[in-house]
Design a protein around this ligand. Structure first.
Ligand SMILES: NC(=O)NCCC(=O)O
Ligand SMILES: [Zn+2]
Ligand SMILES: [Zn+2]
Length: 473
């Protein structure tokens, strides 16, 4: 079915202009004035921004973790994402030593294929780069279009990889055209500090932050950067939280290293004092790396503004407060790590970023959509509004005000870490490949309608990865 979006203001990472968009067969086929709209459904976007759908490069849906499993699966998680203006996610597929990589990816397809309501791809976690894994990896990258790999330097005895695995993964990624994503925290030091704190009788949620100091993140970030450089490979640092890490990334980029960084809404908006909330409420804010002292928020906003950090991931990893979070009632180290942000990622960046003058409107689109599409091999299919791109479109009312609350959100979790926050700007309707998934703030999509995204190899030369928008709004 043909559609025409008319009377709206189109905003991409580089431009802002008024024009109509003609959609046919899932794609944007024309952008301009006086388009032939015969037979097309007319969508009136008067007063709206017309944004490309958000691309969330960091989600954990239906993921076994910390002796339990996340509460949002590919159905609830992607419905919530769509409400929030996100039309593509890239989720982390876990691998385990007892299974082949192919089996691991198959497991993730089984979780997602019949459930997702928006498009999705997978990153593949590497825990031990042994001979079998290294032999299988290039085939998986090619056949599944999984062109990003994930290494955890923390979560000892669960996901943590050693430096040899990290280095070998960088080497293989360079040869195979994949981007290596790294969770940068020194897991051994953290393990020591956690054991010590518990032995001293400290069990409260705040000790989660106190045993994971920013230096542990800075050290691991620096280590990953140097190992990537030694392998002449490419590194994407996930969930950057603090000056110690952000500065390392900025220094590396100044030297011309192939390093990119992501932060998350939680680190821009919340701080370590949230973990001190009474009655175990601090557990709602337990994720890793932990929340930091408040002044780090400015460091992160400035890094986004300056293009030293490029993307915003939700790190969606939800656990109910009156459920799985209670596993750590008497021991902070047993609180499942993670929080719910997939739904609010897009609008809080607009409200706290654009509305408060911290980033420009074009930078908003770049950070929430375009840069992730470029880095993860989806651009220009995703991440922009252009002829030939998928018609993934958000009609956004920039003046609508709302208050974030678990009462009204769509994530399958009983609390919001942003409860009570006032937000200006709201996605009203959201289209994925030309079909409404959200229409006038109601979900109208279909379970399983999301398509699996086979992604292009890292930086094939077609896409200029480091584009910093120049158009100011
Ligand atoms: N961030 C977090 O605490 N949970 C998800 C796993 C990870 O990204 O480290
Ligand atoms: Zn992580
Ligand atoms: Zn994560």
């Amino acid at each position: 079915m043909k559609k025409i979006i008319t009377n709206g203001t189109i905003v991409t990472a580089t431009d802002k202009f008024e024009a109509d968009i003609l959609i046919e067969d899932e794609k944007i086929v024309q952008i301009g004035y006086d388009l032939n709209s015969d037979g097309a459904e007319v969508i009136d976007a008067t007063g709206m921004y017309v944004f490309p759908g958000g691309v969330d490069p960091h989600t954990h849906l239906d993921m076994p973790f910390n002796n339990t499993v996340t509460d949002d699966d590919f159905e609830t998680g992607t419905i919530a994402a769509a409400y929030g203006g996100t039309t593509s996610i890239v989720d982390f597929c876990l691998s385990t030593p007892d299974k082949t990589l192919k089996e691991a990816v198959q497991t993730w397809h089984e979780k997602a294929d019949d459930k997702a309501v928006i498009d999705y791809g997978f990153h593949l976690m590497i825990n031990d780069a042994n001979d079998a894994v290294l032999e299988e990896l290039p085939q998986i990258i090619d056949s599944e279009g999984i062109t990003s790999l994930k290494i955890f330097l923390a979560y000892k005895k669960e996901f943590q990889a050693d430096d040899k695995t990290l280095f070998k993964t960088f080497v293989t990624a360079k040869e195979s055209g994949a981007l290596v994503m790294v969770h940068c925290e020194n897991g051994d030091v953290i393990d020591y500090l956690v054991t010590k704190a518990l032995a001293e009788g400290h069990t409260e949620p705040i000790y989660h932050a106190l045993t994971r100091p920013p230096q542990a993140e800075g050290e691991a970030t620096g280590r990953a950067i140097e190992l990537a450089a030694m392998a002449d490979s490419q590194l994407y640092v996930v969930h950057v939280t603090c000056a110690e890490a952000a500065n390392k990334i900025a220094e590396a980029r100044a030297k011309g290293y192939k390093v990119w960084g992501e932060t998350c809404p939680q680190y821009l908006l919340l701080d370590q004092t949230d973990l001190e909330k009474p009655d175990f409420e601090g557990a709602k804010y337990v994720w890793s790396p932990p929340l930091r002292e408040k002044w780090n928020q400015d460091v992160l906003w400035n890094a986004l503004k300056a293009g030293q950090l490029q993307t915003l991931g939700s790190d969606q990893c939800s656990f109910n407060f009156n459920g799985k979070k209670q596993l750590g009632r008497n021991d902070f180290s047993k609180i499942p790590n993670g929080g719910p942000f997939i739904e609010d990622r897009f609008s809080v960046l607009y409200s706290e970023g654009v509305k408060k003058g911290r980033i420009t409107l074009n930078q908003f689109v770049d950070i929430v959509s375009t840069q992730a599409a470029k880095l993860f091999g989806l651009f220009p299919q995703k991440g922009t509004i252009a002829v030939g791109s998928d018609a993934d479109i958000v009609l956004f009312d920039p003046n609508k005000e709302r208050v974030i609350s678990a009462e009204t959100h769509h994530m399958n979790v009983d609390y919001s870490a942003l409860e009570g926050m006032k937000v200006v700007g709201e996605p009203i309707s959201v289209l994925v490949r030309g079909e409404y998934v959200i229409k006038d703030k109601q979900f109208v999509g279909k379970q399983g309608s999301g398509k699996y995204l086979k992604r292009k190899k890292f930086n094939q030369g077609e896409v200029e990865i480091d584009t910093v928008p120049t158009t100011l709004s």
